[in-house]
Design a binder for this molecule. Structure first.
Ligand SMILES: [Zn+2]
Length: 301
């Protein structure tokens, strides 16, 4: 078998040697509601989650406005229904709204009909609340199925941002078609969840990292991605990074990114449209083979 790597985007708009996008996953209650049954009745846990839209988002919008950054918010449909004015305030500031499931439903193990239902319910909610037809998608819990790119392509999505196999975007082949969607890779290291998230009996170990540590880590990541000419896609959750010291640290990472002068800070759809213009060869990602007839994975059955 010949190993084929994606053809990664290596050219950025004139004057820029790398790209960066500061994205937000506006999970609010939805991520906990689907992960732990009965959590809707836990008032303190729900208060921890509503901090995101009610307190975190206004603070983060002020930060983005002060720095002149346009961002992408991945919004579960349920969050849009529960906080319509918050979501509209994000749109009013010129930021991009993208799809993040309806009730933040994990896709692992679900059948195609259920996955389609989550997509459609999310699309309807974003249209109803914000008048938006999103170009982008990020799977809840960052867990995509091999069929998902086809379902997204069928619904005119331009890009996905749920996979982790590159430092720069590429064209991802759609299952069984001569078509592709743009994939803008993420990774757990550029995410605030692993640093700050602790919800008893739901997520995290109880260890909450210092914003000074995350700032240092993300600035190292940024510097290395800039050197490599890659795309630094950072993810924050307003219920986590909306807290004062964390928002301040995130703001310093954003300011440093702008100060480089040669890193293109853009929304995810701006990056996806740029990648599409590059006419890259689509990459077909294959699932690992687990048929071991003859003592090794069978490739031709
Ligand atoms: Zn999420």
């Amino acid at each position: 078998m010949t190993e084929i790597s994606p053809q990664f985007c290596a050219v950025w708009p004139e004057g820029f040697r790398a790209a960066a996008s500061f994205t937000f996953d506006l999970d609010a209650e939805a991520a906990v509601l689907t992960a732990v049954s009965g959590s809707a009745s836990r008032m303190s846990v729900m208060s921890h989650q509503e901090y995101g839209p009610l307190v975190g988002v206004p603070r983060l919008l002020r930060l983005l406005s002060r720095l002149g950054i346009q961002s992408t918010f991945f919004v579960p449909g349920y969050t849009a229904h529960r906080y319509p004015n918050v979501v509209r305030s994000i749109v009013a500031e010129g930021h991009e709204i993208a799809h993040h499931g309806y009730l933040h439903e994990p896709l692992g193990g679900v059948d195609e009909a259920s996955e389609i239902e989550y997509l459609e319910r999310g699309l309807n909610a974003l249209a109803e609340v914000a008048g938006v037809r999103p170009l982008g998608y990020r799977a809840p819990m960052w867990e995509l199925n091999y069929r998902s790119p086809r379902l997204l392509h069928d619904r005119d999505f331009l890009y996905d941002s749920s996979l982790m196999n590159g430092d720069a975007p590429y064209e991802l082949s759609v299952e069984g078609r001569s078509a592709s969607i743009v994939e803008i890779p993420i990774n757990w290291g550029f995410d605030d969840w692993e640093q700050y998230c602790y919800i008893p009996d739901a997520f995290g170990s109880g260890v909450i990292e210092s914003p000074a540590k995350t700032e240092e880590m993300w600035l190292l990541d940024l510097a290395a991605m800039r050197e490599e000419g890659g795309c630094f896609v950072h993810t924050s959750h307003p219920f986590l990074s909306g807290r004062p010291a964390r928002a301040a640290a995130l703001g310093r990472v954003m300011a440093e990114t702008i100060a480089t002068g040669d890193v293109w800070v853009a929304t995810m759809s701006e990056i996806a449209l740029h990648v599409r213009s590059q006419q890259l060869q689509p990459y077909e990602m294959q699932p690992p083979l687990l048929d071991f007839r003859g003592g090794r994975p069978v490739t031709d059955s």
